[in-house]
Design a protein around this ligand. Structure first.
Ligand code: AMP
Length: 458
């Protein structure tokens, strides 16, 4: 299939060609025709599959015909869970709509009201927003949705996880009932379907095989860690490998992200933290530095990293495992993008065993354990179930590690204090159990007309 077959406006087709896209991705191929027919849609698709263009292109097509309704409110509204994802959607709208005279902008928490009020003071075509701030504007009366033709809920499952359900419902209650609504989600879990039931009108459903398709190029590994200090030793070793060109390291808390980034920087690695306590300007700056290559190691929490679209991430390291299995899939999807290979390495300690089991059930396979010479764990991880939720024959339902029955590795590991250096690439040890192969989000645009700053493109 080609983009020409969608019968898109020539200006849109020209922009697609300029982006170098030759064929639509599967989510685009399936969604664009049904959305252009005006149907509501619920689709499972993750970042990295081309889902943004799957809704932005038909939205632009709609905008190529002038509105018949007077007023200033947006004709297309995209709700996203995070500011980073909103920035990415805004960039896509700019990129694909570059040949059209459109007025677009983002309405995000943590950003100045002044610019947003200016944006809303004249008729606007596309608004990309996080739910809290948009609702705030609705309640102040600074935005109205009576001109809204298309509502898009991007990463709807994540918005639910983040507690935006009530805000979304309030927003939707102010939108015209004849609008078209599209919902993109990583999973079709019950809460998402309940939301869809309330907000969508007889939607078509598209489910892509989200769990594996986008991750075939990612080598996944697991390292068992005895404790925090052992995790730091493992990290120190991994980041000293010169094949790691750019990595995102995920930590469980903002505090840990700050601390790890500080420790890595102190040891001479270009590193920085990215988390929700940083204001948007600082977050954008950090992402921009990562994209420019000024930062090699980004230590991030889940919320901040969602939707992050930085090319050339060679490694994702889960310093702490995520609590939700879906987040594992999102995290590792930061590498192996656009046809490149990537490596996803997870550390697991005894207290995270249940998270590991959830992840393995979700992805339908066991993560292969590897040891690094001199850094093997002293205890053994006793997993009860592997991928597919299967229990190994003869295994007990206990889920502890280091308990009798396992085969502890009794080889002494040099004791490793936290004060130790994070190491330079002097003697990177090799994984003993396997191969060692390899492999900004932009500033939200406040307003644009026909010309855009080229530096906004990825
Ligand atoms: P998304 O899933 O929307 O975050 O898109 C992931 C990446 O795929 C982005 O960098 C897009 O620029 C790129 N992309 C989107 N559609 C296509 C396509 N049809 N062909 C090639 N790359 C694409």
């Amino acid at each position: 299939m080609t983009f020409e077959e969608f019968n898109l406006n020539p200006a849109i087709l020209k922009a697609i060609t300029a982006c170098g896209y030759t064929v639509p991705t599967p989510i685009q191929e399936q969604s664009i025709p049904v959305v252009m027919l005006g149907n509501d849609l619920i689709a499972t698709a993750q970042t990295g599959t081309g889902k943004t263009a799957a809704f932005v292109l038909p939205a632009l097509e709609r905008l190529s015909v002038p509105s018949t309704v007077s007023g200033k409110g947006p004709r297309v509204l995209v709700l996203t869970p995070t500011r980073e994802l909103a920035g990415q959607v805004m960039d896509a709208a700019c990129k694909y709509g570059r040949g059209m005279r459109l007025r677009c902008g983002s309405i995000l928490g943590g950003m100045p009201y002044r610019d947003q009020l200016r944006l809303l003071s004249a008729p606007v075509d596309i608004i990309v927003a996080t739910p809290g701030r948009l609702l705030d504007h609705l309640e102040r009366g600074s935005i109205r949705l009576d001109r809204l033709e298309m509502l898009i809920l991007d990463e709807a499952d994540r918005m639910l996880d983040m507690g935006f359900s009530e805000d979304m419902e309030k927003i939707v209650s102010r939108a015209p009932s004849n609008r078209q609504t599209l919902m993109f989600t990583a999973t079709m879990e019950k809460s998402v379907l309940v939301l869809a039931e309330k907000m969508l009108n007889n939607p078509l459903r598209i489910e892509l095989a989200v769990r594996t398709t986008s991750h075939e190029l990612i080598e996944q590994r697991l390292h068992v860690a005895d404790n925090l200090s052992h995790k730091k030793d493992l990290l120190r070793h991994l980041v000293s490998d010169t094949s790691l060109t750019r990595a995102i390291i995920f930590s469980a808390t903002k505090r840990d992200a700050d601390e790890l980034a500080r420790e890595l920087s102190r040891c001479g690695h270009p590193a920085a933290a990215l988390h929700g306590d940083m204001n948007q300007i600082a977050r954008n700056k950090t992402i921009e530095r990562m994209r420019r290559g000024a930062i090699r190691l980004l230590v991030a929490t889940d919320v901040a990293a969602r939707g992050l679209d930085v090319n050339g991430i060679s490694h994702v390291i889960n310093f702490d495992l995520p609590r939700f299995a879906e987040d594992y899939v999102h995290r590792i999807g930061r590498t192996g993008r656009a046809g490149a290979t990537g490596i996803a390495i997870s550390f697991v300690s005894s207290s995270e065993l249940n998270y590991l089991e959830r992840i393995e059930r979700f992805i339908g396979k066991r993560l292969p354990e590897q040891n690094i010479e001199g850094l093997a764990p002293l205890s053994v991880l006793r997993r009860v179930s592997g991928g597919n939720g299967a229990r190994r024959p003869g295994s007990s339902p206990g889920n502890r590690f280091g308990k009798p029955g396992g085969k502890p590795n009794n080889k002494p590991r040099p004791s490793t204090g936290q004060a130790k250096s994070w190491g330079n690439p002097a003697s990177p040890a090799k994984p003993s159990g396997g191969r060692s192969n390899r492999a900004p989000v932009n500033q939200p645009v406040v307003e644009y007309r026909s010309r855009r700053n080229p530096s906004n493109n990825p």
